[in-house]
Design a binder for this molecule. Structure first.
Ligand code: IMP
Ligand code: MG
Length: 172
């Protein structure tokens, strides 16, 4: 790894406790009848999602989506391209989008309408971290931590693909 990350913001134990709390909130909000589909936004959500599903006491299915990272052109065109989107039909499904971090909310603003267009019954968002830097049309219903406006790495979050493996979240 190129550079050692600076200050630990959320240590492993703090994250573990909060993830268990989130799993309880989610289990209360949905029933077994909902056939909840967790859609992890890759790559950043992979660690969080793995811990979250193992803490969940309701049956869920898991799939992923990959969106092409938006350049300026993509923002101005208002288009988002799925590099991959769950193969299973989304029509009629209750979907919980799982994000590592919501920053400006731009990703959500583009992804949520596309999932609704495909006939999802409901789309809610679970984000481990929320920076609240700008208002998105879509407010995450489940938030792990209100994060500081620092650049954070670890527990799936990267800086130029480094540091995803850290078991804690640190500020660079
Ligand atoms: P948004 O569209 O601005 O909400 O950006 C969300 C995406 O930007 C996240 O899913 C991350 O991939 C990335 N991102 C935003 N802030 C950070 C950070 O502090 N560390 C690592 N990735 C970040
Ligand atoms: Mg992401």
């Amino acid at each position: 790894m190129s550079r050692l990350p600076g200050r630990v913001v959320y240590d492993a134990e703090t994250i573990e406790r909060r993830v268990r709390g989130l799993a309880e909130e989610i289990a209360c909000a949905y029933g077994a009848d909902d056939r909840l589909l967790l859609l992890g936004v890759l790559k950043g959500s992979f660690v969080f999602l793995a811990d979250l599903v193992r803490a969940l006491e309701i049956p869920v299915q898991v799939d992923f989506l990959v969106v092409s990272s938006y350049g300026d052109a993509m923002v101005s065109s208002g288009e988002v391209r799925f590099e991959y989107l769950a193969r299973a039909p989304l029509a009629g499904r209750s979907i919980l989008l799982v994000e590592d971090i919501v920053d400006t909310g731009r990703t959500l603003d583009q992804v949520v309408p596309l999932l609704l267009e495909r006939g999802a019954r409901s789309v809610e968002i679970c984000a481990l971290l929320h920076k609240r830097r700008a208002s998105s049309r879509y407010e995450p219903r489940f938030v792990g931590f209100e994060a500081p406006d620092d650049f954070l790495v670890g527990y799936g979050l990267d800086h130029a693909e480094d540091f995803r493996q850290l078991p804690y979240v640190a500020s660079l």
